[in-house]
Design a protein around this ligand. Structure first.
Ligand code: NAD
Length: 433
């Protein structure tokens, strides 16, 4: 199926490869062809169902007014209300949000949770902003998208550079508009206002669960496995911490500045808590005292058993894929490997556990938060973790079974599984009117 280039706006590509939206469309087109989807259904699924662009003013601390642009895209609602994070980053674009929304649709279907896919974002760099500026921006953005979101319609959650505090501001803003508290409008909230225990580290926990299952499939265990993590944020830090708790040795971590490493042959590996405390002070990892520094390119080429990609899209491309020396890659981030790189890694025998499976722990636990909130009945941490393990394990096994049965990569298997469940929902519901 030809890519509809007219639908894709211009933005930076990854070293001359596809833009993130072109990546998502290429993956979809290949899966649609493999599934033999009818053209009408394929055309329906390759376009987002609804898109909202908002331009809005924010008063800065100095009194001046700045105009910001934000988005909310709902890719598909066939399996339930829309669900997906909100990203604050200078590279946020409508195309990026479209791609991330599409991946959310497949992710919710792969894990069998009753949501469609959505994503949102605002194009700016939050780092130089004060907390009060961030709060005013968040509240205004939430007001602008309030026509789109709601506990039965579209439920945002944290993503890059957003966190429980940002979710609390969105929840409060939406509630003020309604005139009563509506905790179900977002997930990833602080526990004190209806968040779920276990949500903060859920995406990292999901990464740990699939890493353990992938190694077990090869007759190995996490005990003693060496791990490199790109992106020491929410997903990367918790994945590293939980992998370490299972006996792994963390040999390298980075953030956008670069990072640090320890000799893979020497225990105990990096001191994660020291690095986290340093980051919590707003300091770049590369400036952390007493560590051996590495660049992101060097991290991606580190010899290790498990490479966790937990930063942004397009990190491994056809230009650097051949330098990868990890046995297994866990995609904590969305879209970190381009299709060109995928083919090279497959030839090299590097096993990739794909994003729409590997990082689904976040949205699964968001689902738990949503149902706990709707029922006003909250579970203990153990129950959340057990339910997460059950859902992640089932999804992992279904993806592996399809990949073995059809002799295809785990990414292709996950896409076929997710897309076919969405198609089935559309068939059952029928085309309105
Ligand atoms: P975050 O903002 O908490 O952390 C992102 C980290 O990546 C930061 O440490 C940042 O410095 C680092 N980073 C940015 N660019 C980098 C680069 N080029 N090289 C190395 N590091 C870089 O964000 P997060 O919530 O942890 O999200 C990370 C990824 O995981 C994103 O792709 C996101 O969409 C995906 N994800 C997040 C969740 C979630 O629950 N938060 C769920 C599923 C998927």
């Amino acid at each position: 199926m030809a890519t509809d280039k007219g639908q894709v706006e211009q933005r930076d590509t990854f070293g001359g490869e596809e833009s993130v939206y072109e990546m998502a469309l290429q993956q979809f087109d290949e899966a649609a062809e493999a599934l033999g989807l009818k053209q009408g259904i394929a055309e329906y699924l390759r376009r987002p169902q609804r898109e909202l662009t908002v331009n809005f003013p924010v008063r800065m601390d100095g009194g001046e007014i700045r105009i910001f642009t934000g988005y909310r895209v709902q890719h598909n609602l066939a399996r339930g209300p829309a669900k997906g994070g909100i990203r604050y980053h200078p590279l946020v674009s409508l195309d990026e949000v479209r791609a991330l929304a599409m991946w959310m649709t497949w992710k919710c279907a792969v894990t069998d949770i009753p949501y469609g896919g959505a994503k949102g974002g605002v194009t700016f760099d939050p780092k130089p902003m004060s907390q009060s500026e961030l709060e005013r921006l968040t509240r205004r953005y939430a007001s602008e998208i309030s026509v789109f979101i709601g506990p039965e319609k579209d439920i945002p959650a944290p993503d890059v550079n957003t966190n429980p505090q940002v979710m609390a501001w969105i929840m409060d803003t939406y509630s003020m508009h309604q005139g009563y508290s509506v905790p179900g409008v977002v997930t990833g909230k602080p526990v004190e206002i209806g968040g779920s225990l276990g949500r903060l580290d859920a995406t990292g926990r999901g990464c740990m669960i699939v890493a353990a299952k992938e190694l077990a499939r090869k007759g190995k265990s996490l005990e003693g496995a060496t791990v490199a993590v790109q992106g020491l944020g929410n997903v990367g830090y918790h994945a590293a911490r939980l992998l370490e708790s299972q006996g792994c040795r963390i040999v390298a971590v980075t953030d956008s500045s670069g990072g640090c490493y320890s000799d893979p042959g020497v225990a105990p590996g990096l001191d994660l808590e020291k690095l986290r405390d340093w980051k919590a002070r707003g300091m770049p990892l590369i400036e952390c005292p007493g560590v051996d520094c590495i660049t992101n390119d060097e991290l991606l080429a580190m010899p290790c058993d498990i490479l966790v990609l937990a930063a942004l899209e397009g990190q491994i491309t056809s230009h650097n894929a051949a330098s990868v020396r990890a046995g297994t890659i866990i995609e904590g981030a969305n879209g970190p490997i381009t299709p060109g790189a995928d083919a090279i890694l497959e030839d090299m025998g590097v096993q990739v556990v794909p994003d729409i499976l590997a990082n689904a722990g976040g949205v699964v636990t968001s689902y738990f938060e949503w149902i706990q909130g709707l029922q006003h009945d909250f579970w203990d941490q153990q129950e959340v973790e057990q339910r997460l393990e059950k859902i992640m394990s089932k999804a992992f096994e279904q993806v592996v079974a399809m990949s073995q049965d059809k002799k295809i990569t785990m990414r292709k298997a996950a896409l076929l599984l997710g897309i076919s469940k969405v198609v089935r929902a559309i068939e059952l519901r029928g085309i309105y009117p």
